[in-house]
Design a protein around this ligand. Sequence first.
Ligand code: ADP
Ligand code: MG
Length: 678
Amino acid sequence: MKTLQDSIDHLKGVGPKRVEQLATLKIKTIEDLLTYFPSRYDDFAVTDLTQAKDRQKVTVRGTVMSDPMLARFGYRRNRLSFRLMTGQNQVVMVAFFNQPYLKKQVHLNDEVTVLGKWDAGRREIVANKLRTKDPSKQAEFGAIYPVNKHVRQDTLRALIRQAFDQYQDVIATLIPQSLIQRYRLMDRKTMIKEMHFPTNDTQAKLARRTAAYEEFFLFQLRLQAIRRANRQRAGNQILYHNDELKAFIKKLPFELTKAQKRVVNEICRDLRLPYQMNRLLQGDVGSGKTVVAAIAIYATISAGFQAALMAPTEILADQHAEKLSKLFSGTHVHVGLLKGSLTAKQHHQLAKAIQDGQVNLIIGTHALIQKDIHYANLGLVITDEQHRFGVGQRQALREKGNHPDVLAMTATPIPRTLAITAYGEMDVSVIDQLPGGRKPIQTKWIKGNREGAALRFLKQQLAVGAQAYVVSPLVSESEALDVKNATDLYERFKHELPDYHVGLLHGRMDGDEKQSAMDDFHSGKTQVLVATTVVEVGIDNPNATVMIIYNADRFGLSQLHQLRGRVGRGDRQSYCLLLADPKTPEGKARLETMVSTNDGFKVAEKDLELRGSGNVLGEQQSGVPDFKVGDPVGDLKMLQIARQDATDLLNQPHWDQVDANLPLVLYLKRHQLETHFD
Ligand code: ADP
Ligand code: MG
């Protein structure tokens, strides 16, 4: 039996070579092919004449209803005209001026396509272009596909046509009938047909709306199904002692903010439940997520479980380890730092201590989920995300060992828009308040990259005891060049600031070098730390009050906001100086945004607006998959509706036993267990 899951080599003319070529477009099955939709349509997409305005450019396909007549008038002027019956059974006149040779190409009862201007009064198309071949087989017609150098438009179009002809009868509609009716959508077969071979504008638009809804609905259905499965999956009951936890919180050097207290409660309630926690912890830079994580860790360990903290970079893992070791000194928390620079022997010893349970807080990078690391009883995994783990990776984590609770911390606020796609399968806690006593950071844009102005300001601040970060220009993707830049800048600052100690920090330094550079900055031995963007994440020195960023226009908004968040962590006034000479309107808009607000959520919204979802949403960056048709930002309303519809469907008892839902059930079976979302 034919199914849409058939490999594309079922098609005529598709051998191993073609299979390979099509794989470069991620087309493997008939379904992949049929849902490989055009990115746009050329002029030949047919106009709905009933909707056309006078003098509008139109494209009309139809049958020639009268023999073409050539009339000559004036000096060398002529008019070729015939009647045409359109696809919607309307009869109109077509007139070509001064193209007498076309007469030979038009015959009674031919199918033709004409392009021209609509004269509504005379119900006539004043045409200038004629296509006479069967439009569906014609290269210039209709849909334009995003292709690459391996696959040509014509090839793809012909294959799609072939696949549609052979498989149209097995295209089952996935969206439940009630929803199709509610939103007046197309069935799937019509949608696919109209996406590729549109009859007219109106149909093409409806097909697009249907395709976008289907895409969102299916995606949300997968997310919600994961969420459900996780909720129902037995997890550990982490029964910590309330009094002990309260005592720990009391000993912290500050009182928790209201928002911190609220999210601590949300997390702790999840820990106690016999289900697996899947929670996202959101909060602006400096809102105090780390201490919330520490409380969750303390609770977990005091209940006899292990906890793991996974950071995106080794530098950040180091920093977490240092900070948490201090915080937990004198308690029963024993920290192990798992990093690449360990010798084989050290690694082995640590792995053993983890397996024995001697070490109960394990901090590291991805190494934490390596195969040779076995946990005695892992109860909680915290990921410090930086937008770097996708839905699939988180799911892999959840399925590890004895189904630990998972808390994902994001360093950058995510607009709601994105959160429901990137983290749609999780519960969300938000810290929406900064610790009291903080003065808003003053941000200044130093136009024209005037280093002198920045240096003068820096000297004034150093004179009154400030510490400063200086972030060197980001030149390219090449780390080597960035390192060279940082080193040059470091030499220059040393020369300019003979009375102060200047430190250097970049990604190519070895672990000990980095550590001592950071230690010196924390202890105040160095007053100025010149660094590449390695300081972007997590570095926490409350005495640092000046942040100077070179070529700030080269950085993305969220990165700038992260960098700025390294200062303003104590009670003294902090400053952020952006040296920039932006060459593009977007660059300028980013700087203006930074100057105008300190609010991470506002920055994130603006970022989205400036870059457009396509760029913000690369799966690698944000964990949001690439949608083929829908735009999760532009079509947010639809996305939210689809999410609700998916939830409602799953809430119906025995929805999966209803015959009409079988195609959906099969779809979920095929996709639900994939850890890779793409
Ligand atoms: P985030 O990880 O959210 O960027 P951190 O957890 O690093 O923020 O906290 C930023 C700084 O604020 C740290 O120096 C931390 O010790 C301090 N801090 C956290 N919570 C509070 C609080 N409730 N009151 C005062 N200072 C706090
Ligand atoms: Mg932090």
